[in-house]
Design a protein around this ligand. Structure first.
Ligand code: SF4
Length: 364
């Protein structure tokens, strides 16, 4: 077991952190949880010393550890759970490239992550120990995008794209930015949470806006994932002109209470990370112990909307198998007529609101 504190001489070396990822038995020792015997179809286990230490500081086997420490519950599967709950595999159009929408594509550049989330939507593929998308495969994917002028937006994901070398990531962004019909590029990452020391001045420069902006959406589920060191790294990106968005997954025993969500979204905003999505946890095989009902998600949204700044309220989304994201919103309209809506305000009062441009009386 590596020494788990910042006094370790290589603590801030991100390669040392990756090389010393904690495995299942080490995590079980550390958090006093049952050691889950690896099964052939089990998802990769690995947690950076940085995040393991953060888990300890925030309550041992509490909300942070629950996201990354394996549980025997992973091996019971509900009938509706899927390996590929978003139905991505049938929409592969080139190596690493998934097209589910008319104007945007998902580019999966690596299957490696800094740590492995037990609810990962792509657990069927992540950590399958493939090389990052090779030169020929990447050429094929980029040629496909060049040949399809309807594509305006490329989301680079994986695995975690910020684990590519800075040179490789920068080259990829240069090549995409040179495609005239692209309007912007997005990167999805959890590196600022699992491996904040990966962010340095060179990486911030690589992520700078080019002809088109590069939006970085950071996966953050709990305010305790944003200690001061991580906040300073997000500030480095924001100062370099990188627009930052926040994505959270609603998880039972992690963030399914309004106080945690409120604090998480406010803390994102103080880091210049705009809360963007709150995803309902996808029905991936073996995740029912981490999933809430959709009703609970809607009730939590009702407790946020109007009670906190609109900037701190992300879109709550479910993702349909093959059908894309669907935003869900609590029901506020109690009754509707051609003349009026009866609408419930955030504090609970119901009042009428005109449903017409001009009243019928005025038309007469
Ligand atoms: S960081 Fe993202 S891709 Fe990696 S295991 Fe977690 S959810 Fe999956």
């Amino acid at each position: 077991m590596p020494q788990l504190d910042a006094e370790h001489p290589q603590w801030f070396d991100w390669r040392w952190q990756l090389q010393n990822n904690l495995d299942g038995p080490q995590l079980a020792d550390l958090f006093g949880t049952a050691h889950v015997l690896a099964q052939p179809d089990g998802f990769e286990v690995g947690v950076t010393p940085w995040f393991a230490q953060l888990c300890r500081e925030s309550g041992g086997a509490g909300p942070l550890a629950r996201q990354v420490v394996p549980s025997a519950a992973e091996y019971s599967h509900a009938a509706f759970e899927r390996d590929d709950p978003l139905g991505e595999d049938p929409h592969r159009v080139a190596p690493g490239l998934v097209r589910k929408y008319p104007d945007r594509v998902l580019l999966l550049v690596t299957d490696t992550c800094a740590s492995y989330c037990r609810y990962c939507t792509r657990s069927r593929w992540v950590a399958s120990h493939q090389e990052p998308l090779g030169r020929d495969a990447l050429d094929e994917a980029i040629t496909w995008i060049e040949d399809h002028p309807a594509i305006a937006d490329v989301l680079i994901s994986g695995g975690d794209p910020l684990l590519l070398s800075t040179r490789r990531l920068s080259n990829l962004l240069d090549r995409l930015a040179a495609i005239p019909h692209l309007r912007f590029i997005r990167i999805g990452t959890r590196v600022p949470v699992f491996l904040p020391m990966r962010i340095d001045a060179d990486l911030a420069t690589a992520l700078r806006p080019r002809r088109i902006p590069v939006y970085v959406n950071v996966h953050i589920n709990h305010f305790a994932e944003l200690p001061e060191y991580t906040r300073s790294k997000l500030a480095m990106l924001a100062d370099a002109g990188v627009p930052l968005g926040g994505q959270a997954v609603l998880l039972k025993g992690v963030n399914n209470d309004v106080d945690t969500l409120r604090e998480t979204f406010y803390r994102m905003l103080t880091c210049r990370v705009r809360p963007y999505y709150l995803f309902h946890c996808d029905p991936v095989k073996g995740t029912s112990h981490l999933r809430t009902s959709v009703d609970e998600g809607l009730e939590l949204m009702r407790e946020l909307v109007g009670h906190v700044s609109g900037m701190a309220v992300p879109k709550y989304c479910i993702d349909l198998e093959g059908g894309g994201k669907v935003p869900l919103w609590p029901e506020y309209v109690e009754k509707k007529t051609p003349e009026s809506l009866w609408v419930r305000g955030y504090a609970g009062q119901v009042q009428a609101y005109p449903n017409e441009v001009q009243s019928r009386d005025a038309q007469d």
